[in-house]
Design a protein around this ligand. Sequence first.
Ligand code: PHE
Length: 336
Amino acid sequence: MDYEAELQTAQGAIMAAADLDALEALRLAYLGKAGSISALLKTLGAMSPDERQTTGPRIHALREGVAGALASRKAALEGAALEARLAAEEVDLTLPAPASQRGSIHPVSQVMEELAEIFADLGFAVATGPEIEDGWHNFTALNMPESHPARAMHDTFYFAERTETGEELLLRTHTSPVQIRAMQATGGTQPLRIIAPGRVYRSDSDATHTPMFHQVEGLVIGEGIHLGHLKWTLETFLRAFFERDDIVLRLRPSYFPFTEPSVEVDVGYASTGGRRVVGGNGDDAGHGWMELLGSGMVNRRVLTAGGYDPDRWQGFAFGLGVDRLAMLKYGMDDLR
Ligand code: PHE
C-alpha cells in the first residue's frame, strides 16, 4: 500500500472540507472507530515482527499526518466562522434605547449652592464641621451650660460613647458649633467671614419638623462690627437670593444664649392666591411678616470660648433654615 499517496489524498480531502460538519465526517471516516486508518492500525497485530517493523511507522506517520491536517483545517474553519460572525453581527446604533430616568438636583442642594455663591460674592468662605459633635462645641462654648434645657435627652440625639476627654457625643443640633471651630482655627488673631451649610438633627418629627434638616450658619468677626453690618448683609443676601429689590426686613428683639443682643429676622411677603411671595412691606394691606432666621451680635462669652479677645473683636452671626428657604423660593408647601 502506498501510504504516501494515501496521506496526500486524505490531506486534499481535508483541505477541501467546506465546514466543521464536513470535517467531522472526514475525521470519523479516517480516525473513528470504524475509520480506514483505525482499520489499518488493527492489522498491525496480525503482522510478523519484521513486517510490523517496516509497516508500523508508516501507518503511524499516516495517522499523524491526517490528525495534523484535521487540526489545522479545524482551526482555519473556526477562525473563518468567527470572522464571519463579527462581520455579520453589527451593533445597530439606530435602535431606540430604553428610556432612562433622569435625575435632577435636589432643591435643598440647589439652594445651598446658590447661598454659597451669593455669599462668596460678599467675601464669605465656606467652613465645615462634623455632624457628630461633642457637647462642648455644640453647647458649652455657645454659652449653653450643662443645665441648659436644650441639652435634655429628649431634644438631642446622644451617643452611648463619649470622647477621650469625657465629653458627651451627639448629632449636632445646629450649625453654630462651626462658629467655634472656625474661630479656634485662626487662633483669635484674624477677622473672619464664613458661612457653614450642613445637616443638623433634632429629636422631633411631625408635619413641619423632620429629625434631620439643613441650616446655613453665617459668622463675621472683625473690629468695629455692629448690627448695621448684620442688617445690610442679610438684606443684600435676600435680594440676591429672591431676585427682587423690594425685600423688607423686620428685626425683632429675641434671645439666643450665644448672641447678645439677639434678633429674630422677619421678611415681608404678599399673599397671592393662597401662596406666600416674598417681597414688600409686611405691614401693607394683603401682606404679612414671616420669620426667617435667628441672629445677633456674638456673645462675649462665645468670642472668648473661640479664642478672641471680646474687648477688641466684635462679630455677628446668623442661622437660617435651608429647607424653609427652598420651600419659599420654589413654592413648595410641604416640608416632606
Ligand atoms: N443656632 C440657632 C438655631 O439653630 C440659630 C442662630 C444662629 C441664632 C446664629 C443666632 C445666631 O436656632
